[in-house]
Design a protein around this ligand. Sequence first.
Ligand SMILES: [Zn+2]
Length: 439
Amino acid sequence: MNKIAAILLLLISFSLQAGQTSINSLRLWSAPDHTRLVFDTSASVKHKIFSLSKPERLVIDFSDARLNTSLAGFKGKDRFVRRIRSSKRHNNSLRIVLDLKSRIRPKIFALAPNREYGHRLVLDLFSTQSIAKAPVKKAATKRYKQFQQARDVVIAIDAGHGGEDPGAIGTYGTREKDVVLSIARKLEAMVRKEPGMRPVMIRKGDYYLRLRKRSALARREKADLFISIHADAFRNKRVRGSSVYTLSNRGASSEAARWLAERENSADLVGGVELKDKDDVLASVLLDLSQTGTRQASHDVASKVLGRMRRIGKVHHTSVQKAGFAVLKSPDVPSILVETAFITNPTEEKRLRSHKHQAKLARSILAGIRDYFHKNPPPGTRLAQKMNRKPAVKRKHVTNRGDTLAMIAKQYQVSVNGLRDVNGLSGDVIRVGQVLQIP
Ligand SMILES: [Zn+2]
């Protein structure tokens, strides 16, 4: 914040009545399953919340507060919120009313100031319909159908940060959350075109998803790989290059990796998550038990991706790095985190903004993924079938006395013409002891 802005803020706060809290701005993020409203307040504020029906409304009464921003811009854009309005009440209290499109389940909590923001009051709106049940059932049937046939390799693509959490910010003001979403979308389009693969986007727009929710979504989609896309940041603007990380439970492989993990893990604090989870200890025990299998796979994919990224530009670390990223803690899904470039390096920041370079990055990530899965196709996938079919091409038949082309064709369930083509035969004549290729 520059000095002028600081003085302005000071003036604004002097103009308030003594003790009154001001609500300086309101931000709204629409996620697929919920809507988040964030009130920026000058201090922590006392509030009461209640619902009214016919029509559906949600009322928040702030005691001793005033509104310092306009609510006009929020009309009709959201799935749940039709309109937001305010009125002054007795005793200097402020009422904010959300006119709703349907009944919702609200959750409200305060967040203390951090590096990015001051005092905030977060209001999450969830649908009251049990959306949890229907999609799971549908997904299960879909999965069963896929199981009967061969399935695609599922690549979960996670664009880091989002919504309330901008991620790292470059010299020219480029926000990490924007460029990584753009790269993720390009990768999504490429994976969709890739035979035997299917993309799943974890973050589909500009909203925040808690780190655990990201890996949970990947698990729900039965992902074969979880890939989180980020842009790096450092105090020294000259530092540049890309890095690829896997998860380590035993500590980071370098000081820098530890520093980075701390920064990325704090996203939940910036993104506005109520840190109330108490099952961390249990979770870490379970993770230790189940993660050994996927750790090797994660490392192998990571080194393939890193190998491809080395071909298009400088890499910051020449080997796969390990760090304790919360976003990678998915016990049964091999997971990697790609720091595409340093957004704090002005040259790389410019490149990160270029669609051409974004596509280049996405292409090399895909090439690494392809390198890995073509060598290690998960059982039951189309890629695995393709591998199994290869030896079949090499089937051979040594003709016995009495064999005819028709008999051999029937025995191997191939066509006579197919047999002729593969073996360069024009008629039906075969010799005893002749080696025939079976198509
Ligand atoms: Zn990041």
